[in-house]
Structure formats: structure tokens, C-alpha cells
Design a protein around this ligand. Structure first.
Ligand code: DOR
Length: 464
């Protein structure tokens, strides 16, 4: 049972505060189990002007405008989803910034990095500014936007990656959805030479994908998706980009790693490369998911067989994986219903990232502490996010407050995305986000949206 929360704040007047020598907070979180860098601690949190001001047993010495009783709940640092496609501008029939970020906070996510394969592509300062403007007053969580790296803008990337609100540069080595592609060595070299921030890569080898596309066309069977876009396509691209990055000593982030072979290779290159895995690669398996879900399970890189999934879990246990990102990539059910391979690849995920991963915690596949490392501390560390990713004094007051025992069923009618569906529709889970707090603003309380969209651009240590 989720404990009731006093709707009326337990406030004390300024005068009482002064008389009793109390310190005053905007928000006091009491009675929860707090996941600090030190582990799970039964402490209170005082938030002032959007920041964490104090941690400890605070009820005797503090007053507050608003007190949340979190008895029975766990307080995690706000979840940071460093891979979402919110489709705005240009593809708003699939998703938009308001609905995408609403889904994020309902799912316990407090910050997102959004991808550049929109219409127009995010290739320059004007495109980035248009996204930042569109997010103003409509984004429920904090946000940053990737700029796509391509032959068209390679020489400008050094300046572009320094723009406020830019999450960094993203490269598609294999065509996925949209027109963003950088597959030739000379273009990749130009991109890698221009810039210093960690470069995010979708690693599938375009030449091999083209050679093998006939497999998909001939079969018309979505079960052939991981055969067309096979392990070798992923490994080849990953090996190539790591080799090219070494030439100029550039750091990389390999997105949505899906194969055992890549994990083995990446484990030997951790000095240069950070690694993302997605909840769907950890939770769905071929061929069962294609038989059950058809093209709703179609994703790039593909969901693969159990042996690959086992290797991803092993890489989580051994520390090779740095972050969990959802790769939230919505398409409408109508688009998805086209005959394979005309059906577009992608599924929603930002809202289900935390419930699905908490369910894995419940099943004993990873600890809650490791989940926090992958979904908050990890992204903050590898992307150099200022003030995010840990519950510590001075950090932003971003919290995903969860009930580890809550039993719920993921349902399409809970999904805020414009596309309105989830591959997990009907799935029972244990563990659920109850309240979401972004810089001290409670935007989800008792599982319901409240307040206003007040998301702000994220700040990065590498950007002046
Ligand atoms: O399946 C995918 N769809 N993978 C990606 O990386 C991008 C995406 C999209 O934008 O639809």
C-alpha cells in the first residue's frame, strides 16, 4: 500500500520557524529509504530552491512548506534517460516533447537526452535552438538535445557541441529511421576529429545491412529481423568506430549494445568506450517476442536470442555496462502494422524503463544500487552532467520515488506517448514509480501528474 501523503503541507509560519531556531525548506522528504552513494539509508532530505540542502534526521530541526511522508518507499536519484526520440519537429503524429516528457515523469524519469533524427534533422545551432524553444514551458523534465554528426556539418561539430543544451554529437553508422547517416571512414574521421566530447554512436554496418536487406524483403517475416541485421553487422561497426576513434584519441559511447560479441570486444576497450544497454534487449527475446508481438518488437539493433541477452546481463554484473537508456522510439500502431520490412523499427520505452528495471530488481537480476548506478549516477558521470545523478548535498533535488513492493500491470492506456502503446502491454511488474520530483517540483504525486511543465536545459561540465 502506498502511504497517504498530506495534500496540505505541514507548514510552520516564518515566526514559529524563527522562534524555535528551525531551518526552513521548500520541501522535506521524510521517512523514506534513500539511495545515497553510501547505500540505502533511512534519512530525510531537505530541498531549498531546487537543490538538496541537507540529509539526515531532519524532523527535529527543520520546518518546510511541504512535507512528503515517504514511509515504505525508496527514494532514488532522478532517473536520467540518455536516449529518447521525441520526434518534434516534423513527426508529431508519433510523439511530441510535451507527451514524451509527460511519459518520462509518469515513469519516474527526471531528465532526458533527445535524438536528432527529427524533420528537419538536428544538424545546426538553429535546429538545436528550435528544440530548446519548443521545450520551454512544455517539457515536464530537464532535457538536452543531441546534434547529428554527418558529412554536412562535420567541420562545425566542435563549436556545435559546445552550445548550451546540447547533449553531444550522435552518429548513425547504419540507417535506422530518418536520413541521418555517416557510414564511410573518411566522414567518420572528419566527425571524430572535430570535437572533444564523448561521441554517441548507433553502430550497425551500413554496407552489410544493404548487402543483406534481401533476407528481409524475401521473407517478409519480422522473425528475420535479427538475421538481416545480424551480430556481424553490429560487431563490424562497433570495431570500426573504436579503431577510428583511437586514431584521434576520442571518447565514445556505444548505444544499445545488443550482442555477446560486442560486449566481449568492448570489455577490452573500456578506457575509451562507455556502453549502453536498453530494457528491451534485457527483457524481450527472439524468436518468442516476434511471434507474440510481430513488428511491435521490431527495433534497431534487433532484439536477439537468449544467449545474447544472457551476455548483456553478464556485462551488467561485470561492470562493462555504464548506462541503461530506453531508446524510446515511437511509431504509430498503423505504421507498425505495415508488412515487414516496411514496418518501421522502434518502440516506446521512456515511461516503462524504470518499472521494467525495478521488476528485474525484484526478480534478483540486479541490485537496486546497481540500477541507480546505471540509470542515474552512470549517465551523470559519463556525460559530465552538472548537479545530477546522485543524492548528495548541493545536487539538484531530482527524485524518482518508488514502491518496490507495488504490483501493477503495464497497460497501453497508461502510456502518455502520442503513439499510445507499449510492447509490455499486459505485463505484470513488481516495483512502480509513485512520485517524481524535478528540481524540488513535485510533478507526479501518487502516480498522477500535477503542477506544470517546468523542465530546463541540462548543464554539462564540458560546456562553458
Ligand atoms: O529501432 C530504432 N528506431 N532504433 C533507433 O536507434 C532509432 C529508431 C527510430 O528513431 O525510430
Amino acid at each position: 500500500m502506498t502511504p497517504a501523503i498530506p495534500k496540505a503541507p505541514l507548514s510552520r509560519t516564518a515566526e514559529t520557524t524563527k522562534r524555535h531556531n528551525l531551518r526552513h525548506a521548500d520541501l522535506l522528504l521524510c521517512g523514506g529509504t534513500v539511495m545515497t552513494p553510501n547505500g540505502a539509508e533511512p534519512i530525510d532530505i531537505a530541498c531549498v530552491q531546487g537543490r538538496i540542502m541537507a540529509l539526515g534526521d531532519l524532523q527535529p530541526g527543520w520546518s518546510a512548506d511541504c512535507v512528503l511522508d515517504l514511509t515504505g518507499l525508496h527514494v532514488l536519484p532522478g532517473v536520467i534517460d540518455s536516449q529518447v526520440h521525441f520526434r518534434e519537429p516534423g513527426l508529431e503524429h508519433k510523439e511530441n516533447l510535451e507527451a514524451g516528457t509527460r511519459g518520462a515523469v509518469l515513469g519516474g524519469v527526471t531528465a532526458v537526452f533527445e535524438m536528432p533524427n527529427t524533420h528537419p534533422l538536428t544538424l545546426g545551432a538553429t535546429d538545436l535552438q528550435a528544440k530548446l524553444d519548443a521545450a520551454q514551458g512544455r517539457s515536464w523534465c530537464d532535457h538536452a538535445f543531441y546534434i547529428g554528426g554527418s558529412a554536412l556539418n562535420a567541420e562545425s561539430l566542435q563549436e556545435l557541441e559546445q552550445l548550451p543544451g546540447c547533449a553531444g554529437i550522435k552518429v548513425f553508422m547504419g540507417s535506422s529511421f530518418g536520413d541521418l547517416l555517416a557510414d564511410e571512414d573518411d566522414v567518420l574521421r572528419r566527425i571524430l576529429r572535430h570535437g572533444r566530447r564523448r561521441l554517441a554512436v548507433h553502430a550497425e554496418d551500413e554496407a552489410r545491412l544493404r548487402e543483406r536487406k534481401q533476407i528481409a524483403l524475401d521473407s517478409g517475416d519480422v522473425r528475420q529481423h535479427p538475421v538481416w541485421r545480424d551480430e556481424e553487422s553490429a560487431l563490424k561497426a562497433t570495431q570500426r568506430i573504436v579503431r577510428l576513434a583511437a586514431e584521434v584519441n576520442r571518447r565514445l559511447h556505444v548505444l544499445h549494445v545488443s550482442t555477446a560479441e560486442e560486449m566481449q570486444f568492448l570489455a577490452a576497450h573500456k578506457h575509451r568506450v562507455t556502453v549502453e544497454v536498453t530494457p528491451h534487449h534485457l527483457s524481450l527475446q527472439a524468436p518468442e517476442c516476434y511471434e507474440r508481438l510481430g513488428s511491435l518488437a521490431q527495433m534497431n539493433p534487433p532484439v536477439r536470442e537468449q544467449a545474447h541477452q544472457d551476455a548483456l546481463w553478464q556485462a551488467i554484473r561485470s561492470g562493462v555496462v555504464d548506462v541503461i537508456g530506453s531508446d524510446h522510439a515511437p511509431h504509430t500502431l498503423l505504421e507498425k502494422s505495415q508488412a515487414y520490412p516496411a514496418s518501421p523499427s522502434g518502440m516506446t520505452g521512456v515511461q516503462t524503463l524504470l518499472p521494467v528495471m525495478l521488476n528485474h530488481v525484484h526478480a534478483g537480476r540486479l541490485s537496486l544500487q546497481r540500477l541507480v548506478d546505471l540509470s542515474s549516477a552512470g549517465p551523470a558521470r559519463i556525460f559530465g552532467l552538472e548537479g545530477k545523478g546522485r543524492i548528495a548535498v548541493g545536487f539538484d533535488a531530482d527524485f524518482s520515488i518508488v514502491d518496490l513492493k507495488a504490483r501493477r500491470r503495464i497497460r497501453n492506456d497508461w502510456i502518455a506517448s502520442v503513439s499510445g502503446w507499449s510492447p509490455y502491454d499486459g505485463m505484470p511488474v513488481v516495483g512502480w514509480p509513485i512520485h517524481t520530483i524535478v528540481r524540488g517540483h513535485c510533478v507526479v504525486r501518487d502516480e498522477a501528474l500535477e503542477g506544470q511543465a517546468q523542465g530546463r536545459p541540462l548543464r554539462f561540465l564540458d560546456v562553458p
